[in-house]
Design a protein around this ligand. Structure first.
Ligand SMILES: Nc1ncnc2c1ncn2[C@@H]1O[C@H](COP(=O)(O)OP(=O)(O)OP(=O)(O)O)[C@@H](O)[C@H]1O
Length: 312
């Protein structure tokens, strides 16, 4: 695995409060790495340091082994940054915006023209290229923001919550385009507090809170490593016969509830007790019409780790 960025012991202090604490991780070639965390976790501060918007107060960031402070110009050339706040000129057309950002990266003449077209097509905005940005919906502006960041074909693209507050259609467009960018060979660092997005696009996840990494891995490995429970769902025809007490006596069972014809039993993942659960249901005279087992969701993993839901 080829490591592009090495983030080492990063630290940031705001008004005497350490909001990034000894943060270390790598960004590897070809991945979509999602930084996941609730509001205030330190995601934006981290990527603002990476993209040069903020200075750190300790640690370093290495781009192929070189400190980005000493190779800032070269690093910036290979970086596309999509900030959380839109960085667009409202009174200019979509085309002029992309053109402007492309020219900042040294693109000229025919190449600039071609790349502008390519980026606008990629963002699904070619038909609206001559319209002023102020006439665009929030989702279109977000897509244009991305178009402006990729015109120079960066190696790494860093995106800070690019789907906040937009319509589902634009959101899907953005998520699909991130996968497409990866297929084209770009490496993506993406922050979000939407679990569904992490499930959908990430190849690796870093869960962070209070400026620290709490867990790191693929969605599969995180679930495997951190989930402690599984859930059995029993659909029964005669719920009036059900009593939770008998189920609680079974080894491993931690929670039992029932509503609308379904009994839900949360049990320790590593205890094999399904025979006993079915035996108890039969003993209570319950008629089971369907049985399924659900593993813990990534959302539950997150809740267990942080004690907070993502939309706090
Ligand atoms: N310019 C600043 N001055 C003072 N404190 C700041 C500043 N920027 C961020 N913070 C604080 O640093 C902490 C981390 O904030 P940050 O914006 O990095 O979190 P985040 O995970 O990106 O959250 P969100 O999802 O809300 O954007 C928070 O406690 C925040 O209040």
């Amino acid at each position: 695995m080829n490591t592009i960025l090495n983030i080492n012991h990063l630290k940031k202090v705001f008004q005497k409060k350490e909001v990034i604490k000894n943060l270390s991780f790598q960004l590897n070639q070809g991945e979509i790495l999602c930084l996941l965390g609730p509001n205030g976790a330190g995601k934006s501060t981290t990527i603002n340091i990476l993209s040069g918007v903020l200075e750190d107060d300790g640690g370093n960031v290495l781009y192929y082994g070189r400190d980005i402070r000493t190779c800032s110009k070269e690093f910036q050339k290979h970086l596309g940054f999509v900030p959380q706040d839109l960085a667009l000129y409202e009174d200019l057309s979509a085309q002029d915006n992309v053109h402007f950002f492309g020219s900042l990266y040294g693109l000229k003449k025919e190449e600039l023209k071609e790349r502008t077209k390519e980026s606008l097509e990629f963002a699904g905005l070619w038909d609206r290229r001559k319209d002023k940005v102020k006439t665009f919906s929030g989702g279109m502006k977000r897509r244009l923001n991305i178009a402006c960041a990729i015109t120079h074909h960066p190696e790494i693209i860093i995106m800070d919550e690019p789907t906040v507050g937009i319509d589902p259609q634009s959101r899907n467009h953005i998520l699909n385009s991130i996968r497409e960018l990866r297929e084209k060979g770009m490496t993506v660092l993406y922050t979000t507090h939407y679990m569904e997005e992490v499930e959908e696009i990430s190849t690796r996840i870093i869960i962070m809170d209070h400026g620290r990494i709490l867990a790191e891995g693929t969605k599969e490995s995180l679930k495997e490593e951190l989930e402690t429970q599984k859930r059995y769902l029993l659909s029964v025809e005669n719920l009036e016969n059900f009593s939770a007490k008998g189920f609680y006596k079974i080894e491993g069972v931690e929670e039992v509830s029932a509503k609308e014809g379904i009994i839900e039993i949360a049990t320790l993942k590593n205890v094999e007790n399904l025979d006993f659960i079915i035996g108890e249901a039969v003993r209570q005279g319950l008629k089971i019409s369907h049985l399924s087992c659900e593993n813990t969701s990534l959302e539950m993993v997150f809740l267990n780790l942080t004690g907070r839901t993502l939309r706090d």
